[in-house]
Ligand binder design. Structure first.
Ligand code: FAD
Ligand code: UDP
Length: 371
């Protein structure tokens, strides 16, 4: 979707209203403001930054909505974010804890060694070959995809429990591509991402968002739907980055989302788990992961802050963190999308309006392209 402004209509106070001060809204607002447009950004939350928002706890930058690691292979996106904040090099290497057994992630020779004691790629491949599912069609779901790629042991210890907790659905009901987000390597390399550039912004993500929104009028604690007509009358164009089904008053039915509950704890010890993220991959532990925020940017503090992440089903009033891109929701979303595509005043973008499992770099790329 491309933004085009007509001749300035003086009936409007703003050229562009941006609903949502997340990364997508902030990047478009930045571009529009730089182009001389009169921009107003609103957000229903009491802060900007959407899910990237961080809060300082005595020298530790707490990722309030889950661990956020920036990674991209797009140099334009990398250069763009580096204008606003310095990035500390960071290689994300989470661990899996399965009933007390610790395994390096993503699935690589270190994982296979810890599981089976294999020391070479050939031995690891042979072990997987013994137990992998052989299919003669495209994997129909996440379970088939995982079993055919990595075999039974890894599926049962590292994938099944975690995935079913995370999504609240069985692996047979989930799309195969979700598991393909994770690299599979036969060398010893615990880097969770394959991208060229990876880092954590020094001082958290807030300086990035503040840089993007510098000079732009922002109103917080403001839900678009509480004053929809008034807001529409204020601006020539409206960029909406919230849930698309809500925009259309759920007229075709509700899309499903996965929500999360974050339980944060400050501990008076220097270190809790020695790593930024530990995934609990068994089915019984009710949370999926523990984040220890100081490992993103260690300033030598004597205390530490951890967050346990509990997945939960989304219901109205909760935050919709993850779209559930299964068949039913994909078909339902297409109906809303057709309405959105026909709009002229309204523009849509971001993880919620596009109903896509975007990472930050993808959101920025889309936003830069759109303006
Ligand atoms: P959001 O950040 O959701 O922003 C949308 C904003 O719109 C919100 O602030 C919301 O309050 C506001 N809004 C919605 N409706 C209304 C309304 N009616 N009125 C006013 N305001 C409204 N990406 C990575 O690259 N690396 C990671 O490691 C990573 N980890 C993640 C971990 C978790 C737990 C989650 C949930 C996401 C993670 N992401 C990660 C993805 C990243 O958060 C998103 O790609 C990015 O934040 C999306 O930006 P956005 O602007 O599209 O959406
Ligand atoms: N996954 C898993 N075990 C893990 C980590 C991830 O089975 O230890 C699966 C799970 O289905 C998850 C998907 O891989 O939803 C993608 O993982 P990613 O870390 O990209 O998820 P995110 O950080 O976006 O929640």
């Amino acid at each position: 979707m491309h933004f085009e402004f007509c001749i300035l209509n003086s009936a409007f106070k703003y050229d562009l209203l941006v609903v949502g001060a997340g990364l997508y809204g902030a990047v478009v607002a930045y571009r529009a403001h730089k182009a001389g447009k009169r921009v107003l950004v609103i957000d229903r939350r009491s802060h900007t930054g959407g899910n990237c928002y961080c809060e300082e706890n005595k020298g530790i930058f707490v990722h309030k909505y889950g661990a956020h690691i920036f990674h991209t292979s797009n140099k334009e996106v990398w250069d763009f974010v580096n204008q606003f904040v310095e990035f500390k090099p960071f290689i994300h290497s989470p661990l899996a804890n399965y009933k007390g057994e610790i395994y390096p992630l993503p699935f690589n020779l270190n994982t296979f060694d810890a599981l089976w004691g294999v020391k070479s790629a050939e031995e690891a491949k042979a072990k997987i070959e013994e137990q992998r599912l052989h299919i003669d069609h495209e994997p129909a779901n996440l379970e088939e995809q995982a079993l055919s790629l990595v075999g039974k042991d890894i599926f049962e210890k590292l994938i099944k429990g975690y995935t079913e907790k995370q999504w609240g659905r069985s692996c047979e009901e989930l799309p195969a591509w979700i598991i393909r987000r994770l690299p599979l390597r036969f060398e010893r390399n615990n880097n969770y991402f394959n991208d060229t550039y990876q880092g954590i912004p020094v001082g958290g993500y807030n300086p990035l968002i503040e840089g993007l929104l510098e000079g732009v009028e922002v109103r917080l604690d403001t839900d678009y739907f509480d004053h929809r007509e008034e807001f529409d009358a204020m601006a020539e164009k409206v960029l909406y980055t919230g849930e698309l089904d809500r925009f259309y008053n759920y007229r075709f039915g509700k899309l499903e989302y996965r929500s999360l509950r974050f339980e944060e704890e400050q501990l008076s010890q220097k270190d809790f788990q020695g790593a930024a993220v530990v995934n609990y991959t068994d089915r019984e532990t009710p949370f999926t992961r523990i984040i220890e925020h100081k490992h993103f940017e260690d300033r030598g503090m004597d205390h530490t802050v951890i967050t346990r992440e509990y997945p939960m089903e989304w219901s109205e009033g909760a935050e919709p963190y993850y779209p559930i891109n299964d068949e039913r929701n994909t078909a339902l979303y297409a109906k809303y999308r057709a309405l959105a595509d026909a709009e002229t005043k309204y523009l849509f973008g971001g993880r919620l309006a596009d109903y896509k499992y975007y990472d930050m770099h993808q959101v920025i790329e889309k936003a830069l392209k759109s303006f």
